[in-house]
Design a protein around this ligand. Structure first.
Ligand SMILES: [Mg+2]
Length: 294
C-alpha cells in the first residue's frame, strides 16, 4: 500500500483524523515522530534532533492557527544516544519554542525514535477544507531550501567559495533546524480560509486544500530560496520538510502582508475545475511518500 492508500483507510477507521491536527472544542492535538535513518542520521547533533522533533509538531499546530501550549515526548533511545543530554536538549528546545513538556515516556529502541504529541489552543481553527474557487493561494516563505539542504548534507563544503558556503550552510540549516510558522499561523485566523504546512512537498500538499476546489499555480510566482541551485524545479515543487504554510484567502497579497506584518506570496488561485495545474498543465504529486516502493 502507498502512504496515500494507508491514509485513506485510516480516515475510514478514524473519521476525526485528516487535518494537520485534531480539534476538540478549542483544543488541538497533533503527533509527529522522527526516526533515525528515516528522518535523520546519527551525524545530526542531538540539539537539532530535539528541536526538529518539536518544530514539526508546532508546524502542524501553526497550520491550524493554534497557539502551542504543551507537548508529551516519547523517546526510544538506541545505544549510541546520551539520553541525559537528549533530555536537556528537549528542555532547551521547549524553552525556546515557549511550550511546556507535560509528560512522555522513555524506552530502548534499535534506532533513535522521538514521538511528540503537541497540544495547542485555537478558538477558530483553520481547517484544510475551507478553500473555495476564486480564493487566492499563498505560500508563507521561499521554497526549495530544505530539499537543497538535504542534498548537501555530508558534502565537503571546504572547497566552496565563501558565497557558495554561505548558501549551503543556510540551506542545511533550513533542513536541520526548520522554523515553524507559529506567529503567522495565529495571525491567519480570520484571513485564511484553509491552511496546511508543507511537509511532503508543494505538489503533494496543495492537494489537501483541494477539497471543494482545484488549484492553478503560476511557476514564476513561487518564491525560491535565495541562491537555490541544483535541481531547482524539483526542490521547489516536490521538496519536503519546508514547514512553510500553504493557505488560501480571498484577500489580496498586500492586504494580508499589511495585516500580518510580513511578506506572504500569492502563487495562484483556487479554481472550480478540479485537480492541480501548474501554468495550465496538470501537476503530478511527487512529494515524499514514506511507503513508496523504492
Ligand atoms: Mg501538516
Amino acid at each position: 500500500m502507498s502512504e496515500a492508500e494507508l491514509i485513506a483507510r485510516i480516515r475510514e477507521l478514524f473519521p476525526r483524523t485528516g487535518d494537520d491536527a485534531a480539534v476538540d472544542g478549542d483544543q488541538v492535538f497533533t503527533n509527529d515522530m522522527l526516526i533515525e535513518d528515516v528522518d535523520f542520521t546519527r551525524d545530526v547533533p542531538l540539539r537539532l534532533i530535539a528541536r526538529k522533533s518539536l518544530a514539526v509538531n508546532l508546524s502542524d499546530l501553526a497550520a491550524m492557527g493554534a497557539k502551542p501550549l504543551y507537548a508529551l515526548v516519547a523517546i526510544g533511545a538506541s545505544e549510541w544516544v546520551d539520553v541525559g543530554a537528549l533530555i536537556e536538549e528537549v528542555a532547551n528546545a521547549a524553552r525556546s519554542y515557549r511550550i511546556e513538556i507535560i509528560g512522555g515516556d522513555l524506552s530502548r529502541a534499535a534506532k533513535l525514535t522521538i514521538s511528540v504529541t503537541a497540544i495547542g489552543e485555537a478558538k477558530q481553527p483553520i481547517l484544510r477544507s475551507g478553500a473555495r474557487a476564486g480564493d487566492r493561494l499563498y505560500v508563507s516563505r521561499p521554497l526549495g531550501g530544505s530539499a537543497a539542504g538535504l542534498a548537501l548534507l555530508g558534502a565537503d563544503l571546504s572547497k566552496l567559495s565563501y558565497a557558495e558556503r554561505e548558501y549551503a550552510e543556510s540551506a542545511i540549516r533550513r533542513h536541520l533546524d526548520p522554523e515553524p510558522e507559529t506567529e503567522l499561523g495565529m495571525k491567519l485566523v480570520g484571513i485564511a480560509t484553509s491552511c496546511v504546512d508543507i511537509s511532503d512537498g508543494l505538489s503533494s500538499d496543495v492537494r489537501h486544500l483541494c477539497v471543494d476546489a482545484g488549484a492553478e499555480i503560476m511557476r514564476e510566482r513561487i518564491p525560491v530560496f535565495p541562491g537555490l541551485s541544483g535541481n531547482v524545479r524539483e526542490f521547489v515543487l516536490n521538496g519536503g520538510e519546508e514547514f512553510a504554510l500553504l493557505f488560501t484567502s480571498p484577500m489580496r497579497e498586500s492586504e494580508i502582508s499589511a495585516r500580518v506584518g510580513r511578506p506572504v506570496y500569492m502563487i495562484g488561485r483556487m479554481t472550480k475545475e478540479r485537480g492541480v495545474r501548474l501554468d495550465g498543465e496538470p501537476l503530478e504529486p511527487r512529494g515524499f511518500d514514506h511507503f513508496a516502493a523504492r
